[in-house]
Design a protein around this ligand. Structure first.
Ligand SMILES: [Zn+2]
Length: 307
């Protein structure tokens, strides 16, 4: 049987929120089979659980925010991406503020945390959402057009294309494909950092955003070049970060997808819209499990590879 996974032991991290600049403590704890991933605001008078789901996503400006009532957690996508990349099904995420720490702006630190705690198999079959029919969403026309879609695929792969008219982005890749069955998430995707432009950062700060952001946790560009002294971690780090984000956004559906995702200039909002469209069309997908691990798609049968 291809089994669900959780952590072997708990692990902690401390950091600051990218937008709030607030100090935040994170505790990742093992959870029972079929719990899914549950964020818990432990700083509120009564702790509030926020289980991830498509409909729990209530704000997609700048980052993916999930909520239960008035309790929110912002910027869940990088941690969710690490969970998707390593195949963690069940996890409690205790958090002491309303934003996940940005750490180094990628998901590499979360991968390290999860791997250090250890990932164990549980006595329950892993449930996948297998996409049976194409599902697509699009917004805008002409130069403003953006779209995202899911097509049937025995595995999980993502193809992302960006279209940034900036010399530093233009000179690197604007398009990348990643297949969980042939690539390594930790090696190929996890280290890609979020990115921003100095002019946007100034504007965001004046509206109280990006207060915790800087060269330690983002690629920052002026109109011409990358300002980080060490340059880029991958030649095509920008578009790889979009793959990282998409993996996190899509994992908010609550289960691993068996599908080929492709997108042009998509972001948190359109990724969530795609999940809503999928859920609105029950004939387009089904839940599957694998009694025989050897029949599972490549990339899912083996425990996550180390660095
Ligand atoms: Zn991101």
């Amino acid at each position: 049987m291809l089994a669900q996974r959780t952590l072997k032991s708990l692990t902690r991290a401390v950091g600051v929120g990218l937008h709030s600049g607030q100090r935040v403590e994170l505790t990742l704890r093992p959870a029972q089979p079929d719990t899914g991933i549950v964020f818990r605001r432990v700083d509120l008078p009564e702790p509030v659980d926020i289980p991830v789901s498509t409909l729990a996503v209530t704000d997609t400006r700048m980052a993916s925010t999930i909520s239960t009532g008035n309790a929110r957690v912002h910027t869940v996508e990088h941690l969710m991406s690490a969970c998707a990349g390593l195949g963690v099904d069940n996890l409690y995420v205790d958090i002491t503020a309303e934003e996940v720490p940005i750490l180094d702006g990628s998901s590499a630190s979360f991968v390290f945390l999860l791997q250090s705690a250890g990932i164990v198999l549980q006595n329950a079959p892993r449930r996948f959402i297998r996409v049976k029919q194409p599902v697509a969403v699009r917004q805008g026309e002409g130069a403003q057009a953006k779209w995202a879609r899911l097509d049937p695929y025995h595995g999980f792969k993502l193809r992302f294309e960006i279209d940034f008219a900036h010399p530093a982005v233009d000179s690197t890749g604007q398009c990348v494909e990643f297949d969980l069955g042939t690539g390594s998430y930790s090696r190929d995707i996890a280290r890609a950092r979020t990115f921003g432009f100095t002019k946007d950062v100034e504007m965001m700060r004046s509206s109280g955003l990006a207060l915790g952001g800087g060269l330690d946790n983002a690629i920052v560009m002026d109109d011409y070049k990358v300002l980080n002294a060490d340059g880029l971690r991958y030649d095509d780090e920008f578009v790889k970060h979009k793959i990282l984000d998409a993996m996190g956004d899509l994992y908010l559906v609550g289960k691993p997808l068996l599908a080929a995702y492709s997108a042009f200039r998509s972001g948190h909002a359109l990724n969530n819209l795609l999940l809503r469209e999928l859920e609105a069309r029950p004939e387009a997908w089904e839940i599957v499990t694998f009694d025989n691990e050897r029949l599972a798609p490549a990339g899912f049968a083996q425990p996550a590879r180390a660095w």
